[in-house]
Ligand binder design. Sequence first.
Ligand code: URA
Length: 208
Amino acid sequence: MNTERPDLNRIAAEVNACQRCPLARTRTHAVPGEGPHDVEIMLIGEGPGYHEDQQGRPFVGKSGKFLEQLLSSINLTREQVFIANVIKCRPPNNRDPLPMEMDACTPYLQQQIELINPLLIVTLGRFSMGQFISADARITRIHGKPLRQEGRIILPLFHPAAALRNPQWQKAMYEDAAQIPALTEAVRQIRAQHAEEVDDDLEQLSLF
Ligand code: URA
């Protein structure tokens, strides 16, 4: 039995060798995600596209450029956050991930979240949102509305690719992202003061 504590590198190695679903046969590279283990913020997208599949890195295409601009607008770089996806291998022709693919893959994301224990999770797009918030929720209604969950805050944002296709959503994305520093600081302070009762204390924040 392997009793070693899983770390991000080990999870990445498992993802790179994963054969849990048929996407293993069509991928060029799996895309485990990247970033330091001690970050406060995780950004979670849907799944790799063409460029990510080619390079084995998340958000390296046009969506990635937009994401980097968004981060820069709040004085962050991609090296200061952990960037991951719900599914780690590219679906052929960028089709939506299938439920069985997500079921097979999300344990990796859950392990990454457990290890990093971020203060804030920013979901990008509806598939990522659906991992944390009811799948019936409509992203057009709840984007930018933070909610508390398990001692942290989840902030749903549009997907960068959707914002590139619908330029009228780009302003919303910048406005939604502008909340990230204050939300992170709020959870940081609460965790520092009351490590034990984070969820109770989060109740005091006036969220939506
Ligand atoms: N879109 C995603 O959801 N993830 C990526 O890594 C790239 C594009």
